[in-house]
Structure formats: C-alpha cells, structure tokens
Design a protein around this ligand. Sequence first.
Ligand code: PAN
Ligand code: ZN
Length: 190
Amino acid sequence: MVDLPFTFTIPMPQVVPSRVDNHIERRLSALRGQFFDQETYHKMLSVEDQLIYEVYEIKRPEVVGELLMGISIVHPGKVGREFFMTKGHFHSVLETSEVYYCLRGEGYMVMETPEGDTSVEALSPGKVLYVPPCWAHRSVCTSRQEDLVTFFAYPANAGHDYGTIERQGFRKLVLDGENGPEIVDNPRCQ
Ligand code: PAN
Ligand code: ZN
C-alpha cells in the first residue's frame, strides 16, 4: 500500500512539532573534545551535564526517495568564549544535501567540505539555508537568551558520519567577541 500524504504543525513559539516520533537530547558530555577551551569544558562538566541541544524527528523509512524532517533546538550558552553548538556531521552518503529553515533565535551554520572549503552562514528567523552535497554542518546558537530553532529536511538514506568531525573539529569556530560573535580559525586544524 502506498503511504498517505500527511501534515503536521509547528506551533509558535513552543516549536515542538504536533507529530514527533523521536526526541533526542544532547548534553555537554556528548560534545567531549569539541570545545576549544577544554579546561572550562571539564570544569563545567564536573558541575553539571547541561542540556545543549534537542532534536524532534518525524520518522520515515531510511531509503532513497524519502525525506527526514524535524526541528533542531540549540539552547543559549557558552563554554568559555565558544557558543553552544551541535556536534555536527558529514552525511554518511556524502553526496546528500539538506535544507534548514530558521524559525527562532540567532546563530550560524558552520560548514566545510572534505577538501577544506569553509562557509559560515548567519541564521535568523525566516532565513532558509541550503547545505549542498558533501558539506559537513554544525549549528551554533549565538542568542543570549533565546534558543536557535531550525526546521530541517534531508534525504532519509543520508545517515550521519560524526567521526570525521570528532577527530579534529570544524575548521572554523564561533566565539563571543567584544563586538559580537567572531568567526576564527580552529587552532587544532592548522
Ligand atoms: C540535523 C541534525 C541536528 C542535530 O537533523 O542532526 O541538527 O545535530 P547533530 O546531528 O550534528 O547532533 C541534520 O543535520 N541531520 O542530517
Ligand atoms: Zn545533516
């Protein structure tokens, strides 16, 4: 039998979709090795394993032709000068793309290719971001108080390769500077 079309809503300002199959919570401990200021990271972790971001997924079969959709919520905060962020990943099927639509908050999508190209795009409500095939991506929340909320859709067979980023991080970091967020080179990638 064919699947039937369906709808769901993303009520504002709560943004939890009316249809959710999976709720993922990622805490500070899941970002081990990713923040540039490791001393502050370990100090913070010894006090509390804070909630950094959440994902609400609408499940579909993980096959070619299907799309996976959901809502990603990165909470405000910093480790030292570095803003809270997602782990970030390449897709396991590298040549797959993704669309993000920003619903709330301010932030950036940090992206790079295996060849070393980099791109950092600002996100604010109403902005649509297209992540082309082969670009790793990480969302960063730079709001002081508000969550960075994005809707995403990507091919259901894409899968996630976290290992490549876990090994040396992204080439660009988003730090809190005197005049707002600063994008700097990651010293680990030099
Ligand atoms: C998103 C991300 C979500 C969480 O659904 O999975 O924002 O980020 P991490 O997967 O890096 O923890 C996506 O890009 N899916 O492909
Ligand atoms: Zn992705």
